[in-house]
Design a protein around this ligand. Structure first.
Ligand code: NAD
Length: 288
């Protein structure tokens, strides 16, 4: 039997519509338009595409964006000064510094300077701490989007087992915290995990956030499991570039109960959740 395909593209489009309506209501009630500042340093082509997509989504949702493009040679102090300025600007509700930064700039220093209450990427240690202890804050966009997809299928994970492959601060760890908050029994697997296939086979919810094309095979998956494929990997097939996930989709779709495709799965949810975090920030700024 073939799994249900979780249409992240459609869920994200619905979410963006709701954000646009809520942003319009906020403007009408308080005269506030959620503002997102996007800082791009250098000419990394992938980063430029990500930033373009984020700015497009901002406009579609009726949010305001401010773009700061700086040359690759920009010094650390200049970027820190910009962050300080954006922290102090009441029209800016979200600050996003696109990674990676050029090597002369200490990314931890820059991200650590962003006001945690404008940290819509959710990368600041204060927001990681808030998530960990269950306080309101910003949750990183990719896990937040993945959890929305899981919630649509199974909102209460009491008695269920979840396995997250990957322990990055951006995806794996916050994903595990969210699953825990839904009462799942959570395992975080990673590059040093012994017998990864056996660990994965225990999962009612399996989230792959590794960065290895098609690593998770069909026989790693518990029949009927929800499979969330976060991976974005560029591979060559017949001389042409193709994007695949961390899960071998063709095999997994025969075993899983529900699965996200790549593309049109988690990716669109990530951008929609950036908009959602920016809207949340603007609402909080007026006491909402
Ligand atoms: P990362 O490189 O920071 O972390 C990868 C994790 O995978 C590490 O914790 C590592 O321990 C683990 N790992 C590596 N090899 C492994 C192995 N053989 N077995 C088990 N675990 C292994 O990556 P990240 O930033 O967390 O991103 C993971 C993937 O998700 C990448 O493909 C990235 O492109 C993708 N991603 C997608 C989105 C999206 O919007 N869909 C957003 C962020 C990241």
């Amino acid at each position: 039997m073939s799994a249900e395909i979780i249409d992240g593209f459609a869920v994200a489009a619905e979410l963006r519509e709701k954000i646009a309506a809520d942003a319009a209501a906020l403007k009408a009630s308080h005269g506030v338009v959620p503002g997102l500042a996007v800082v791009l340093v250098g000419e990394d082509p992938a980063s430029a595409v990500y930033v373009r997509n984020k700015l497009k989504a901002t406009a579609e949702c009726g949010l305001k964006s401010l773009e700061f493009k700086l040359p690759a040679s920009t010094g650390e102090e200049e970027v820190l000064a910009l962050v300080r300025r954006l922290n102090a600007d009441p029209a800016v509700h979200g600050i996003l510094v696109q990674l990676p930064l050029p090597k002369q700039i200490d990314a931890d220093k820059v991200l650590g300077l962003i006001d945690p209450d404008k940290d819509v990427d959710g990368f600041h240690p204060v927001n990681a701490g808030r998530l960990s202890v269950g306080l309101p804050g910003f949750v990183p966009c990719t896990p937040r989007g993945s959890q929305i997809l899981i919630d649509k299928i199974l909102p209460d994970l009491s008695g269920k087992t979840a396995v997250v492959i990957g322990r990055s601060n951006i995806v794996g760890k916050p994903m595990a915290q969210l699953l825990l908050s839904r009462n799942a029994t959570v395992t975080i697997a990673h590059s040093r995990t012994k017998d990864l296939p056996a660990v994965c086979r225990t999962a009612d919810v399996l989230v792959a956030a590794v960065g290895r094309p098609k690593m998770v095979k069909g026989d790693w998956i518990k029949p009927g499991a929800i499979v969330i494929d976060v991976g974005i990997n560029r591979i060559e097939v017949d001389g042409k570039g193709k994007i695949v996930g961390d899960v071998d989709f063709d095999e997994a779709v025969e075993v899983a109960g529900a699965i996200t495709p790549v593309p049109r799965g988690v990716g669109p949810m990530t951008i929609a959740c950036l908009m959602l975090n920016t809207l949340d920030s603007a609402r909080r700024s007026v006491g909402g």
